[in-house]
Design a protein around this ligand. Sequence first.
Ligand code: G4P
Length: 194
Amino acid sequence: MKRLEMKIIEEGSVLSDSVLKVDSFLNHQVDPVLMKEIGEEFARRFSGAGITKVITLESSGIAPAVMAALTMNVPLVFARKRKSLTLREGLLTAEVYSFTKEETNTIAISDKYIEKSDTVLIIDDFLANGQAAEGLIKIVSQTGAAIAGIGIVIEKAFQDGGKLLREKGYKVESLARIQSLENGNVEFSEEALV
Ligand code: G4P
């Protein structure tokens, strides 16, 4: 998605060979116009898949996911990372290990909001090692719902997550794929994906 790539070039900063900071439009401040376009692009790429629900993980997945859900006219459910005062019973959970933060979080969604008859689209802001997506897949799998695919705003193609998920047969659509962040430069991947 060209406009997203331009935004990354203009406003992103490379913190290291593996970390890109995009706080001005995705991870802290949010650009709603860009998010709306991102939501429409996800809807286009997964059109015809019969999606009945969008699922993401708090917090930065919520903005792109809600825009995709709005475009598709379906609800959005976000998994919680922290214990909620009101969400205590009937929880579907999975453990998510973050290689970046070196910590494990339990993520949770109420069993009220995903049904066996659902076809879900998983959305997240970043795809690195794929642990967050795998956690959401584990939660959805406990319900018997179908997974139409995984929509990612920024995939770091030099990390393993995308490869592992595609090898498992999931349709992964990333709106920007970064091949390298070496020497402070953002290089996008031109590689065609099957
Ligand atoms: P993984 O799920 O693909 O395995 O990713 P990982 O554990 O490495 O990532 C942990 C957190 O760091 C996630 O956010 C993820 O979105 C974010 N992240 C990973 N790589 C980058 C990067 O290069 N740049 C930025 N900006 N974020 C990155 P989180 O902790 O869930 O944060 P939030 O959703 O609450 O904002």
